[in-house]
Ligand binder design. Structure first.
Ligand code: KDG
Length: 309
C-alpha cells in the first residue's frame, strides 16, 4: 500500500447555509477541512495510507478534527494538541461571483500555524513513500515552512500543490519566492493552476508552464484548469480531461480531491491518463455539496460517474 505523509493545518470550516454576502447569512454548517486534510481523505479513498503531520488546539474543535479524520481513515498519530486554538474559516458562496466561493480566515496564531520542524518525525518521513504539502503551509508561519523544508529534504519522493491563497501572504512576491524555494529542493509531482503559475513564473499557458517547471526539476505536472478540466504532463506525454458540467454548491476542496486522488493513483503505478480521469471525476463530485471532502468518492463511485457522464 502506498504511504504518504502530508504536512499542513486542519481547520474547522463554517459554511454558509445560504448564498450571498456573509453579513446577511444567519446559519452556518460546520465541517472539517484544510487543504492537506482534504488531500489525505482523497488519497485514503483511493487506497493510500495517509499520515497527517499537524497541530490542532486542545479544544473542542481540535478534538472534532482528530475524531473526524480518524473516522475517515487518516492516520492521526502525528497530530499534536497545542494550547493555541484550532483555526477556523468561513465560506461565502456564490457571491460576488456566482459559482465561486470566498474564504474568510480566523486562524492567525492558531495551533496549526505552530507546526514546526520538531513535529517532523524523521523515522516517519523515511518510512513513507512520499511527502506532500502545499503553499498554504508555507504561508502560515516561518516554523511551518521550515517543517516543510525539513520533510522535503528527507523525503524519498515529494508532491506539492502551490495553493497560493493571497489572503495568507503579505504580498505575492513572498509567495513566489517561497514556492520557488520548495521547487528547488526537488518536487516530483507538482499540482498547480494558471493563476498560481502566473505568480510563480509569469506564464499561464499549460505547455509553457510545464516546460518551465520541468527546467526546475518537476517530473509530473497536474495543471488544474478549473471549470475547463485538467492537464497532466510527464516528459513527452500530455493528457487533457474536460471537467464535468455539474451543479455547483461550493467548489472549496475540489482541487484537493483532484490532487489526493491523482497522487494516490500515480504513486501506486496507475497510468497517468487513468489517474487524471478519476481525479477530475472526484473533484466534480466535491463541488456539488457544501464541505470540502464529504463527497470525495471511492473508486467504485468514481467509476459510476465516469460511466454515467
Ligand atoms: O482547498 C480548500 C482549502 O483552501 C480549505 O480547506 C481551507 O486549507 C484551507 C486554506 O488554508 O485555505
Amino acid at each position: 500500500m502506498t504511504w504518504i505523509a502530508a504536512l499542513g493545518e486542519p481547520l474547522i470550516e463554517l459554511n454558509a447555509l445560504t448564498r450571498g454576502p456573509l453579513r446577511y447569512v444567519q446559519f452556518f454548517e460546520k465541517h472539517v477541512a484544510g487543504s492537506e486534510a482534504n488531500f489525505c481523505i482523497a488519497a485514503v479513498m483511493f487506497g493510500a495510507r495517509c499520515s497527517l503531520v499537524a497541530r490542532v488546539g486542545d479544544d473542542e474543535f481540535g478534538r472534532n478534527v482528530v475524531e473526524y479524520l480518524r473516522g475517515r481513515g487518516v492516520d492521526v498519530s502525528h497530530i499534536k494538541f497545542d494550547n493555541a486554538p484550532t483555526g477556523v474559516f468561513f465560506v461565502q458562496r456564490h457571491y460576488p461571483v456566482p459559482g465561486r466561493s470566498v474564504m474568510f480566515y480566523y486562524r492567525r496564531g492558531s495551533a496549526g500555524s505552530r507546526l514546526s520542524p520538531v513535529d517532523v518525525d524523521e523515522a516517519l518521513i523515511k518510512a513513507v513513500d512520499a511527502v506532500h504539502s502545499t503553499g498554504i503551509t508555507l504561508a502560515i508561519s516561518d516554523s511551518a515552512r521550515e517543517a516543510v523544508h525539513k520533510a522535503f529534504e528527507i523525503a524519498k519522493r515529494t508532491t506539492f500543490d502551490t495553493n497560493i491563497r493571497p489572503a495568507l501572504w503579505r504580498n505575492l512576491e513572498e509567495a513566489r519566492v517561497a514556492v520557488l524555494d520548495v521547487l528547488r529542493r526537488g518536487v516530483e509531482v507538482l499540482i498547480t493552476d494558471p493563476d498560481d503559475t502566473e505568480v510563480v513564473l509569469g506564464v499561464r499557458e499549460p505547455e509553457e508552464a510545464y516546460r518551465r517547471y520541468r527546467e526546475l526539476g518537476v517530473e509530473v505536472l497536474l495543471y488544474k484548469m478549473g471549470a475547463r478540466g485538467a492537464y497532466v504532463f510527464r516528459g513527452d506525454e500530455k493528457y487533457f480531461k474536460p471537467a464535468y458540467s455539474v451543479p455547483v454548491e461550493d467548489p472549496t476542496g475540489a482541487g484537493d480531491a483532484m490532487a489526493g486522488v491523482f497522487t494516490a493513483m500515480y504513486l501506486s503505478g496507475a497510468e497517468l491518463e487513468k489517474a487524471l480521469a478519476y481525479a477530475v471525476a472526484s473533484s466534480a463530485l466535491v463541488v456539488t455539496v457544501r464541505g470540502d471532502n464529504e463527497a470525495v468518492p471511492d473508486v467504485k463511485d468514481a467509476e459510476a460517474l465516469l460511466r454515467a457522464l
